[in-house]
Design a protein around this ligand. Sequence first.
Ligand SMILES: Cc1cc2nc3c(=O)[nH]c(=O)nc-3n(C[C@H](O)[C@H](O)[C@H](O)COP(=O)(O)OP(=O)(O)OC[C@H]3O[C@@H](n4cnc5c(N)ncnc54)[C@H](O)[C@@H]3O)c2cc1C
Length: 399
Amino acid sequence: MNELLTAENLDYRDRAREVAEKFVRPLAAELDREARYPWEIIEKLKEYRLMGEWIPKEYGGGQGGVLNLCLIVEELSRACGGVGVAYAVNALGSFPIIFGGTEEQKSRWLPDIATGKRLISFGLSEPTAGSDAASLKTRAEKRGDCYVLNGDKKWNTNGGAAEIYTIFCVTDPERGTRGISAIIAEKGSPGFEIGRKEDLMGIRCVSVHNLHFRDCSIPAANLLGGKEGIGFALAMQTLDNARPGVAAQAVGLAQGALDLALEYARGREQFGQPIVSFQGLQFMLADMATQVEAARQLVYYSARLLDAGAKNVTKVAAMAKVFATDTAMKVTTDAVQLFGGYGYCRDYPIEKYMRDAKITQIYEGTNQIQRLVIARNLIKESASMEPKLVEKREPTTVG
Ligand SMILES: Cc1cc2nc3c(=O)[nH]c(=O)nc-3n(C[C@H](O)[C@H](O)[C@H](O)COP(=O)(O)OP(=O)(O)OC[C@H]3O[C@@H](n4cnc5c(N)ncnc54)[C@H](O)[C@@H]3O)c2cc1C
């Protein structure tokens, strides 16, 4: 099905599908087993001109927008969820530069990210600041023409592989979220150490690290937008634009698991017939396919809204994230069920889909936090409407 996609969308999707099927799928189990960063796939993504798809053309990117980004992430994740996020996190890390950087800053960092010469990561979370990101503590103090950073970042995806890091830190502790700024740190800065690599349940090929800043001196020219205090707003704008990408990772994982489940169910025989002939499993497969398609359409819709420059996309981006990632968890779990005992061991690729899917419900804001965001927006919208739907009626008597 072409999902009402344009020729440009299909071109991006087909190139990503070719990379996924030719290079990612054959390597996925090995990358997972060895928890090895997929450098060879990054090379292929460069060769297929997919790195930097979301970066404006004037800085060497494809300016393909959020829908094309989603299509690429979906295809890569259909073969391996870890590769999907290793790619997508470059968009997460570079959106703050695109949205808030000065011309000089964009020209300095975006061209390398666009070609894949240097990878980037996004450093918001800390050991004690997860869902409550505004409580982050990493401090940046202005001293002369530098900022001196002290603090620790946690869960930095691409942490070991990246060379550019978008770091959110406190420049004015008295001003709450308006005291948070975004600063670009580069690998090798004295006082900046890449810490421990996490041993993850899923997406094992992507490197997730702690980052440590100890009296790390960074040129003031690296303060995004040249302004203190805009970091938190930039982080929130970034997450609105990036959440459809996580949702696309989830759609890819769910579709990938469904593909495997269908093929297995056609081949596996019990009671003298292929298990796909049992209506109990047919109903399961039908539900899985329906849920995947519904999730895909919500993801594409949210991406199209962002590409059209629509305002107030926070609610729909959160809806896409919640629905697609809950769907991925359900569909991948059902797919393991469909494989029976064989689904529970590493002889088959299906259990990896379930492990990879779990993280999509957690990162870029847990699904509890997404539901809070959706509810907060619903209540705000309802408060701005004139009350006319709920009328108290006269009590009626029956009989
Ligand atoms: C593999 C991985 C990669 C990551 N990559 C990055 C990255 O690249 N950059 C980055 O900045 N961060 C990254 N993160 C961090 C991620 O975004 C956080 O883990 C996430 O936001 C949750 O924060 P937490 O882990 O501290 O959980 P907590 O905030 O401690 O939450 C614990 C539980 O409480 C629930 N909870 C918290 N507050 C509420 C509330 N108000 N109402 C209801 N429930 C609530 C949560 O939903 C969760 O179930 C990554 C995390 C992981 C595991």
